[in-house]
Structures are given as structure tokens and as C-alpha cells.
Design a protein around this ligand. Structure first.
Ligand SMILES: [Zn+2]
Ligand SMILES: [Zn+2]
Ligand SMILES: [Zn+2]
Length: 280
């Protein structure tokens, strides 16, 4: 299984669009791994996770070609995960691709309704080109060549937020848990009952090394550590599992790549950057 992290930032990106804090100033000056775009990842070159406002940037920088990708999981409707306007580009007049290879989107009922409502305003035949699929929680269903299970995220607000467990045909399993706080009891009970083993775990670390969390919905290094320890304690992961911190905000503490990768490394985490790939 292969994951490519395309965009590894939270909503503001890094440097933030309108920010002159020391982190953003450093990122502008030095570039490299401290340039982080909005959230998106690609699994096995065929399954996209999220459709952020930086999708175009990922196509240019990392050679992603959306005309060859047919399936995309959506975690939730925030703009760093779903940018509706760029979905218009799959409609006739904008795209020369026909009806034979639709783009399939998967997510909660609310988000799929939002996508459909938006696209119907763009084209009366929108459903021909983009198919929206509602994924039920805690049910493993085929998505393209993968098996996907939607899990409930803790992300504040009223939306039905999701994160995903993805398995490929070789039985390799990825847990991709972003825009979630420490998991809710429901998810832990599901893991307790089904005992999935994860080869790779990507965890939300929006606040990086911030010592305390001032809101619900994301994690810092301390909380990702708690998730890691619990997954290992219940047998869903072990010393062979790769744990990775991803989805960062410039407002996090010690968030610059070189600094944070040392701190996270001490706790057994790798740290994502835009374009990073991992095979497992
Ligand atoms: Zn986000
Ligand atoms: Zn900033
Ligand atoms: Zn969000």
C-alpha cells in the first residue's frame, strides 16, 4: 500500500494566506518542507482523500492527473477538505471527458447532499459526471479497488464528520484520522469489537506541540500519543505500525518541520510534508 501526502496543512495553509507570524515568515523565506498546502492525500495512486482548495496545486507539483482517478473520499465540508467550485471542472463545457468515466465521491449524507445541490446549479446533468455515494458509519464497503470503513470524527459543530479506515487487496490497512479530536467511545468500541490491525496510522496534529488544547476538534502531540498508546494496548497496532502526524496549523507550537520532527520522533511518530510518500 502506498500513501502520498499531497497537502498537509489545516485551513490557513502555511504560510497562512494573511499572516506574518514568525512561523509563516520563516516558511516564506525557507520554503521546503515548511510550505504546507490544504489537506489531501492519495492512496495507491487510485483513491483520493479529500478535495481541497489546493487540488490544482497538487496536480501541478506532484503530477497528479485527475482524469485517471475515479474515487474520492470526503471527510467533511470544511474548505481545506472540500472545495466545491473545482468540482464544476468535471462538467461538460469545462471538461472534455465523457460520461463513461464518472468521478465518484463518498461521504456523509449531509456532505453528499451539499455537493449534489451545488452541482445541480452548474449542470442539469451533474449526476452523469459526478456520482455521490453516502457511506454508512462502521460498515466496510468496496470503494474502487479498496475496502473503506467510515468512522465518526470528533470535530465540533453539527456536521456528521468522518474519518476513514482503508484496506487494499493485499490486506494492508491504513487509518487516516484527520480533523478529529481524541476518538469518541463509539470508535473505540468498534475497534474493540472488530480488532482491525493498522499498518499505517495518520493522525491529526493540528496544534503540534501546543501544551494544551483550547478547543475541541483537533489534536496535539500529547493527544496523538494517547491514541497511539491505546491502539497498541488493544492490539490494533504494534511496533511495526508506522505512526505519522499530519494536518498542521501555523498556530501550533514548534510546528516547523525540523523542530517538530525531532519532538515527534522521540514519541515514535514520523511527520508528514507535502509530497511525502510512504509504502507499507
Ligand atoms: Zn482541516
Ligand atoms: Zn502564521
Ligand atoms: Zn475541519
Amino acid at each position: 500500500m502506498r500513501i502520498q501526502f499531497l497537502g498537509t496543512a489545516a485551513a490557513e495553509a502555511q504560510p497562512g494566506l494573511f499572516c506574518d507570524c514568525p512561523t509563516c515568515t520563516y516558511a516564506r523565506k525557507h520554503g521546503g518542507k515548511d510550505i504546507r498546502t490544504r489537506s489531501q492525500s492519495l492512496v495507491d495512486d487510485t483513491l483520493l482523500i479529500d478535495f481541497s482548495a489546493d487540488t490544482m496545486d497538487h496536480c501541478i507539483r506532484f503530477g497528479m492527473n485527475l482524469s485517471t482517478i475515479s474515487h474520492c473520499l470526503i471527510t467533511h465540508s470544511h474548505g481545506d477538505h472540500l472545495y466545491l467550485t473545482d468540482l464544476d471542472m468535471r462538467m461538460p463545457g469545462f471538461s472534455n471527458m465523457g460520461e463513461d468515466k464518472p468521478f465518484h465521491l463518498y461521504g456523509s449524507e449531509g456532505v453528499m447532499q451539499e455537493v449534489q445541490k451545488h452541482l445541480e446549479k452548474v449542470s442539469e446533468n451533474a449526476k452523469t459526471y459526478i456520482h455521490c455515494h453516502v457511506l454508512p458509519l462502521y460498515k466496510t464497503v468496496p470503494v474502487g479497488e479498496h475496502l473503506v470503513t467510515a468512522l465518526k470524527a470528533v470535530h465540533g459543530g453539527r456536521e456528521d464528520f468522518r474519518f476513514y479506515m482503508i484496506e487494499n487487496q493485499e490486506g494492508k490497512r491504513l487509518l487516516y484520522a484527520h480533523d478529529t479530536d481524541y476518538f469518541c467511545d463509539e470508535v473505540w468500541e468498534y475497534f474493540e469489537k472488530t480488532k482491525p490491525y493498522f499498518h499505517f496510522v495518520s493522525l491529526d496534529c493540528t496544534e503540534a506541540n501546543l501544551p494544551w488544547m483550547h478547543y475541541t476538534g483537533h489534536m496535539n502531540l500529547e493527544n496523538t500519543g494517547k491514541v497511539k498508546d491505546r491502539l497498541i494496548a488493544m492490539g490494533c497496532a504494534d511496533e511495526k505500525t508506522v505512526f505519522c502526524c499530519n494536518h498542521f496549523s501555523h498556530n501550533g507550537i514548534d510546528v516547523l518541520y525540523d523542530t517538530f520532527s525531532k519532538l515527534a520522533g522521540e514519541k515514535g511518530f514520523s511527520v508528514s510534508y507535502d509530497g511525502m510518500t510512504a509504502e507499507f
